[in-house]
Design a protein around this ligand. Structure first.
Ligand code: ZN
Length: 367
């Protein structure tokens, strides 16, 4: 088993400046602390892969920047011009919690391109599966707006490349980032050839987005599935969501390529969410998508990195997922696992089961 891995030092050079949590400093927020979306979590994933000895056992893929033609498959020309203009100047806002800094255009194009590079490597058979550790993230980006720290829709652009340039007919995207994958949903809302499933904490971000009633439109009705889970959900709730929604939906849809928007911000210590997962839960979800890809689409599986904001826990989540994709275990033990595993709230609670029931009932694909 060969697993491709995309990382580029330049991903760490996109800069949101100082802030507090998701907000930039200013007004009554004292400057001087890093904004939540700073490079350390991602760089520390790469560093733990290195320290653990796993990194040299992966196939390192050098990302190519996405071309303008590739970016225009999803984004409007006006939006591209605006991002380019702000990036060449002093930066500025491109939407709700969407920020372009100096030089961010090039980094964001390299993040979209890194996801495309990983998909090409899998479709070419150069690697069996791949993880693109890209930054900035992508799943909140919309055609004419950056949102939630995202500039370009990395995985959307990857899926559109696979479809338009590589002739892949049926694509499924599973999004386990704790926030709703609104950008991916928007991109394929009326497209029956792309199944999008988002498992997220109910009502965090974007506002009023990601309900079970957002099922797709026109010919695409039924190929968008949301599983909003209540805050406080642990391994039991996520297992239930996978067993009763994600796995059966993928079996019914039968994709030719499986993509994952991989955020680690549902971890139990994350400052941006109220969920309880540990790296073992991410390992289990990675195993699940790997087995599904083996069964349904010749193993063709690509994960593109999204959120995850606790600098201590996130690297262990990344390592667990990469171990699972590559089939290589290292000697590393995640010291945070026991702190989370002992919570009595890890098991499926009745109101969490009811949330999954609602997602099942709303999904025509699961009828
Ligand atoms: Zn997120």
């Amino acid at each position: 088993m060969t697993t491709g891995f995309v990382w580029h030092e330049r991903y760490a050079w996109h800069d949101l400046g100082s802030g507090a949590g998701p907000l930039r400093a200013g007004g009554w927020i004292e400057p001087g602390e890093p904004h939540a979306e700073h490079p350390a979590t991602k760089r520390r994933i790469r560093n733990l892969l290195d320290a653990s000895g796993l990194l040299p056992r992966l196939a390192l893929l050098t990302p190519r920047p996405a071309t303008e033609e590739q970016l225009l498959r999803f984004h409007t020309p006006q939006y591209l011009s605006r991002v380019r203009e702000l990036s060449a100047g002093e930066g500025g806002s491109v939407g709700l919690d969407g920020w372009v800094g100096r030089g961010s255009y090039e980094v964001a194009a390299l993040a979209a391109g890194g996801t495309i590079t990983a998909i090409d490597a899998v479709l070419d058979g150069a690697v069996d599966n791949a993880y693109a550790l890209v930054r900035p993230c992508g799943h909140h980006a919309e055609p004419a707006e950056g949102k939630g720290f995202c500039i370009f829709g990395n995985l959307v652009l990857g899926a559109m490349h696979a479809r338009d340039a590589r002739g892949i007919e049926r694509i499924a995207v599973v999004d386990w980032d704790v926030h709703h994958g609104n950008g991916t949903q928007a991109a394929f809302y009326d497209d029956p050839s792309v199944l999008t499933i988002s498992v997220h904490q109910d009502g965090v971000f974007p506002p009023a987005s990601g309900s079970v009633h957002e099922k797709g439109a026109g010919a695409g009705v039924g190929t968008n599935i949301n599983v909003p889970l209540p805050p406080g959900s642990g391994g039991g709730a996520y297992r239930d969501a996978f067993e009763r929604v994600v796995i059966p939906a993928l079996h019914r849809f039968r994709p030719d390529l499986l993509l994952v928007a991989s955020g680690f911000d549902a971890n139990g210590f994350d400052p941006m969410s109220r969920q309880l997962l540990s790296s073992e839960d991410f390992r289990r979800m990675a195993r699940s998508v790997r087995e599904l890809a083996d069964e349904l689409c010749g193993g063709r599986l690509v994960l593109s990195h999204e959120g995850g904001y606790h600098t201590g826990v996130v690297p262990f989540c990344g390592l667990a997922v990469l171990e699972e994709l590559s089939g290589e275990r290292t000697e590393v033990q995640d010291p945070f696992v026991p702190l989370l595993a002992n919570s009595p709230w890890q098991s499926l609670q009745p109101h969490q089961r009811a949330a999954v029931d609602a997602a099942v009932a709303a999904a025509p694909l699961l009828a």
